[in-house]
Design a protein around this ligand. Structure first.
Ligand code: PLP
Length: 456
C-alpha cells in the first residue's frame, strides 16, 4: 500500500515538474524538494498522497470556512449544474441565483450597501474597484479624481490592478508596477515598525500619513483610500485601535471614498459577518471573495454603498464586466454557504465561543522562548518568531526561521503559514474546541522543534 502510494506520488511529482507552473512559486526550488500532493479533505482535515492526515490551519487559502466535504454545498452545485450551468448577466438578463445572492448579501452587509457587482475572484474585485471609483468620480464631473492611496505590504490580489493596489515590493519589482496614480503609505504594523513606541500614537501617526499624502497630491486629485481591515497575506497585521477612526475622519474631511478589502475578513473570520462592523468603517465600497463560497467555487463581489451606487446608476453604461460575473453555480453555492452559516450560527459561534477559545490558547504560545508577540481576532491569529524574547530582536533574515517552523509544522500534521518570520493561522470557522487544542498543541511542538533547529 505504502509502495503504491509512493509510486503514484512520484509519478505526479514528475508530471508536475514537467508541465505545471505554480502560483507564487520558485519552480526550481519546488521541484528539488518535490511537490506536496493533497488528495482529499473532510471537515478541518486534509489527506496527502501518502495518506497522512493534516489539520488545515489555513482553511485552504483563508477560504474553506465551512470545512471540506459539506454536502449542502455539493448538492447546491450539482442541482445548479443540472438546472442552468451557465448564463450571462449582460444584455438585459439575469438568473435567479445572482439576483437572490445580491439581495441576500444586501441584508448581511453593514450600512447602506445595497448593491452588488459580481466577479470571479478577489483580484477581479479590486480591478473593478479601480474602474468603478474612477468612473464614479467622472459621473460627478470630477474626472481628475483618479489617485488611489493604498499601503505598503497590503495584499489586493495578483492581476495588474490588484498587484498595483497591493504593496508587495517583490510583486512591484516584476513588471513595472505600480500603475500610474496608485500610491502607497506606510502600514500600521506596530510590532514590525513601531517597537518602543506607544501603540495608540503609532496608529495615529500611520493614519495621518494618509492626510499628508492627500495634501501632497492635492485633495482634488485623490479618488479613494483602500485597505484590508486586518492585513492578511502581509502577516495578520491588526492595526492599533486608534488607526481606523482616524482614517475614517480623514476620508470624510477630504471627501475621499473609503474602500475596504474584506476578501479575508468577510464572512465571519473576525466573529462578525464583516470586519467593517467591528471597526465601524462605513465604507463606500467593500470587496469580498474567498469565504463567500467557502472556496468551493470561485466568486467575488463588490458591495456598493448608496452614494457610489447612485452615481453609477445615473451615469450611463459602465463598460465593465466578466463572462463569469455572477456565475450561477458559484452563486448557488454562495447561497447554500450563507444558509448553512445562518442555520448553524457560525458567526455567533466564532464571536462568542471558538474565537475567544482560540485566542486564549494561542496567547499561551506567547510564553515560548521563540515568540515575541501573539495577536489575533476571531479565528485569525499570528505570532512573531524572535531570536531574543526580552529585546524582541528578530532572526537574521537569511536564516529563514519562519520557513523552518512551517516545515516542522507540516511534518507534525498542521498547515501553518509563514510570512517572513510571522507564523499565521486562519482555520475553518467550523473548527471545534478539541480541534483548536490539537492545532495549538501542534503549533507549540513546531515551535519546540524550530527552537532545537535554530538554537543549536
Ligand atoms: C486573496 C486576496 C485577494 C485576491 O483574491 P484572489 O481570489 O486570489 O484573486 C485580494 N485581497 C485580499 C485581502 C486577499 O486576501
Amino acid at each position: 500500500m505504502a509502495e503504491q502510494h509512493g509510486r503514484s506520488r512520484s509519478r505526479l511529482q514528475a508530471l508536475d515538474a514537467a508541465h505545471h507552473l505554480h502560483p507564487f512559486t520558485d519552480s526550481q526550488a519546488l521541484h528539488q524538494k518535490g511537490t506536496r500532493i493533497i488528495e482529499k479533505g473532510e471537515g478541518v482535515y486534509l489527506w496527502d498522497a501518502d495518506g497522512n492526515r493534516i489539520l488545515d490551519g489555513m482553511a485552504g487559502l483563508w477560504c474553506v470556512n465551512l470545512g471540506y466535504g459539506r454536502e449542502e454545498l455539493i448538492r447546491a452545485a450539482e442541482r445548479q449544474l443540472r438546472q442552468l450551468p451557465y448564463y450571462n448577466l449582460f444584455f438585459q438578463t439575469t438568473h435567479p441565483q445572482a439576483t437572490e445572492l445580491a439581495a441576500t448579501l444586501a441584508t448581511l452587509l453593514p450600512g447602506d450597501m445595497q448593491h452588488l457587482f459580481f466577479t470571479g475572484s478577489g483580484s477581479e474585485c479590486n480591478d473593478t474597484v479601480v474602474r468603478m471609483v474612477r468612473h464614479y468620480w467622472a459621473t460627478q464631473g470630477r474626472p481628475e479624481r483618479k489617485v488611489i492611496i493604498s499601503r505598503h505590504n497590503a495584499y489586493h490580489g495578483s492581476t495588474l490592478a490588484g498587484a498595483a493596489l497591493g504593496g508587495m515590493k517583490p510583486m512591484h519589482a516584476q513588471g513595472g508596477l505600480p500603475l500610474p496614480d496608485i500610491v502607497h503609505i506606510d502600514q500600521p504594523y506596530h510590532f514590525g515598525e513601531g517597537q518602543g513606541r506607544d501603540e495608540h500614537e503609532f496608529g495615529l501617526e500611520r493614519a495621518r500619513q494618509l492626510e499628508r499624502k492627500i495634501l501632497e497630491l492635492g485633495p482634488e486629485r485623490v479618488a479613494a483610500f483602500i485597505g484590508e481591515p486586518i492585513q492578511g497575506a502581509g502577516g495578520v497585521i491588526i492595526p492599533p485601535a486608534s488607526y481606523w477612526p482616524e482614517i475614517k475622519r480623514i476620508c470624510r474631511q477630504y471627501d475621499i471614498l473609503l474602500v475596504v478589502d474584506e476578501v479575508i475578513c468577510g464572512f465571519g473570520r473576525t466573529g462578525h459577518w464583516f470586519a467593517s462592523e467591528y471597526y465601524d468603517l462605513q465604507p463606500d465600497l467593500l470587496c469580498m471573495a474567498k469565504g463567500i463560497t467557502s472556496g468551493y467555487m470561485p466568486l467575488g463581489a463588490v458591495a456598493v454603498g448608496g452614494r457610489v451606487a447612485a452615481g453609477l446608476i445615473g451615469g450611463g453604461e459602465f463598460f465593465h464586466g466578466f463572462t463569469y460575473s455572477g456565475h450561477p453555480v458559484a452563486c448557488a453555492v454562495a447561497l447554500a454557504n450563507i444558509a448553512v452559516m445562518q442555520a448553524e450560527n457560525i458567526v455567533e459561534r466564532v464571536h462568542t465561543d471558538t474565537g475567544p477559545y482560540l485566542q486564549r490558547a494561542w496567547a499561551s504560545l506567547g510564553e515560548h522562548p521563540l515568540v515575541g508577540e501573539t495577536r489575533g481576532l476571531g479565528l485569525v491569529a499570528a505570532l512573531e518568531l524572535v531570536a531574543d524574547r526580552q529585546s524582541k530582536r528578530r532572526f537574521a533574515s537569511g536564516l529563514g526561521a519562519g520557513l523552518v517552523c512551517r516545515e516542522h509544522s507540516f511534518d507534525l500534521g498542521l498547515v501553518m503559514r509563514a510570512v517572513g518570520d510571522t507564523m499565521i493561522i486562519s482555520p475553518p470557522l467550523v473548527i471545534t474546541r478539541a480541534e483548536i487544542d490539537e492545532l495549538v498543541g501542534k503549533a507549540r511542538q513546531a515551535l519546540d522543534l524550530t527552537y532545537q533547529t535554530l538554537m543549536n
